[in-house]
Design a protein around this ligand. Structure first.
Ligand code: CA
Length: 547
């Protein structure tokens, strides 16, 4: 018999060819993957960002492609796009807010009238600080300058804040990226809502204070005095009385421990995490010091971390830098305090939302191929997709008791890693593993060969799969058939590209975004789902895909 099946099969296709009849497209690695829709691309862009590019695409190319997908979302359903941007930003699901600000500026300039209006209304939700607002101004200018709607929205940003809150924003964020409050106030020209606002606008645009300073402007007056302060005692008194942030302290006074001690008392979470090295270098943080106990206490405060929108990537970046004892840009060195390192490690897990375990048998599979070592996640130095994926997988490992860990190099390697080990040690180990070709089908083939019961396969990858003799979805269908289990496949996308190994037509497969703080909960919820009874009665397997 002429072996037709050898040349044409829908159940076994090499990854270098598309599955016949499927919607697969060529990926950047010479293989074929599925394409995620523009809404998933919007999520990936907002959460992972494109800073640092990827292995296959430069930052410029990845940004341009992502921006085109964002624009298509804005054109297809502007109000949905704005709601999505606002939600991800507000809930602190992304490591950096810049992609959300960029996308909002795009909606505010390039959307239809209703979309532009919605974007203007979402401005204070997405741009919560003066820095955010200045970034927005910079992006909006790139999309073609200022219209009346945009000027109105920026004016309301200043006017709608209570005077004391606005005063804090004005002193803390005076200028960024070539934009200042003066520029924005002159451009938007809001009519002051109250005499206090009037006085604040006058200070921001002309530097003048009224003869009699109203109480809402006390912090502004303190900032003027801080500029002239020369002694530690003077600045410490001003910090304690007026809650002055670090930005208002003259640089030459920032080398003294008592100054940082005073700042620490009411230091916002993000500043706390960013300044651990400095506080150690000036001697404030030391083994058994009271300030160390205070920092540890705050890092252990789960509710506080969530409320301050501290993102796990920020914690991980701080951990990697702090533990190393030297600055990324070569500025100075310090002796890391072990208690702080441990507290950062614990804070990483706490910064994700609380997850209810699904109690399913879960195989966590890390793509550690060469391409996963290119580019960065959210622009964090040293945080490649491969390092990031091991950290991300540990969050699920910490939740699900019945889990296994594998990495696909050349063949599959079992990993004996656990959330009890320190995150930075595991990251260093993952970074040092040998590279292999990318074959995302291996976890399913491996489980089938060993007759392992797996209910959920989770693959952390860029979906640039090309090396295998069979596509991942085919290997999954095969595994389901052999094991009789309705096994699911969850793809954790670690790059803001458009590919996925998951078939969008298969209800048993899900795409989530790596380092979305909501992802571990989404993963658990999806793993918990049982096939509906009606589907069970159908011939074959309830989760059998179309292909
Ligand atoms: Ca690869």
């Amino acid at each position: 018999m002429f072996n037709i099946r050898k040349w044409f099969s829908t159940s076994k296709t090499p990854q270098s060819e598309p599955i016949p009849g499927s919607t697969q497209v060529p990926n950047s690695a010479g293989g074929y993957s599925f394409e995620v829709n523009d809404w998933m691309r919007l999520d990936r862009f907002l959460i992972l960002g494109t800073e640092g590019g990827s292995y296959y695409a430069t930052e410029q190319k990845l940004t341009r492609e992502s921006a085109e997908a964002v624009l298509r979302c804005i054109q297809a359903d502007g109000s949905r796009a704005v709601a999505c941007i606002a939600r991800i930003s507000k809930e602190g699901r992304a490591a950096k807010n810049d992609p959300a600000i960029f996308a909002l500026a795009m909606a505010a300039k390039l959307g239809d009238e209703a979309t532009r209006k919605a974007a203007g209304q979402a401005l204070p939700e997405v741009c919560r600080t003066g820095t955010h607002l200045m970034h927005f101004a910079e992006f909006a200018e790139g999309f073609g300058g200022w219209g009346r709607g945009l000027r109105g929205a920026v004016g309301r940003w200043y006017n709608d804040k209570p005077a004391s809150e606005l005063a804090y924003q004005l002193v803390k964020y005076q200028s960024r990226d070539g934009w200042s409050n003066r520029d924005l106030l002159r451009l938007s020209h809001p009519k002051a809502k109250t005499p206090d606002h009037q006085a604040l606008f006058a200070w921001a645009t002309r530097g003048s204070l009224p003869a009699e300073v109203p109480s809402a402007l006390a912090i502004v007056e303190a900032v003027e005095r801080a500029k002239k302060a020369t002694t530690v005692n003077e600045i410490v008194a001003l910090i304690r009385t007026h809650d002055l942030p670090r930005e208002c302290v003259p640089t030459q006074l920032l080398t003294h421990a008592p100054v940082w001690e005073a700042l620490l008392e009411r230091m916002p979470f993000t500043a706390l995490i960013r300044n651990l090295a400095t506080m150690t270098r000036v001697g404030l943080l030391a083994p058994m010091a009271p300030a160390t106990a205070e920092v540890v206490r705050r890092l252990e405060d789960e509710a506080g971390l969530i409320k301050a929108r501290v993102h796990p990537v920020q914690v991980l970046a701080a951990l990697m830098t702090y533990k190393s004892g030297k600055g990324v840009r070569g500025n100075g060195s310090w002796s890391p305090v072990a208690a702080v390192v441990d507290a950062l490690d614990a804070a990483f897990y706490k910064a994700f939302r609380a997850v209810e375990p699904s109690n399913t048998k879960t195989l966590l599979a890390l793509d550690v191929s060469g391409s996963m070592s290119g580019g960065t996640v959210a622009g964090v130095p040293g945080l490649t997709p491969r390092v990031a994926s091991s950290a991300m997988a540990l969050v699920t490992a910490a939740t699900e008791k019945q889990h296994g860990f594998v990495a696909f190099t050349n063949g599959l390697t079992e990993l004996d890693i656990s959330p009890r080990q320190r995150l930075d040690d595991i990251c260093a180990r993952t970074a040092a593993m040998p590279f292999g070709g990318t074959d995302c089908a291996l976890p399913m083939l491996w489980a089938k060969e060993r007759k392992l019961e797996v209910e959920t396969f989770i693959v952390y990858t860029d979906s640039e799969t090309w090396a295998g003799k069979i596509h991942p979805v085919q290997a999954l269908a095969d595994y389901r058939r052999e094991s009789g289990l309705p096994a699911k496949l969850i793809v954790v996308g670690m790059t803001a590209n458009k590919f996925s190994i998951a078939d969008p037509k298969d209800a048993g497969m899900l795409d989530v975004v790596g380092f979305d703080t909501a992802s571990p909960a989404l993963i658990a919820d999806f793993s918990r789902l049982r096939p509906s009874p009606r589907r069970k009665e159908q011939k074959g397997h309830p989760y059998r895909g179309e292909v």
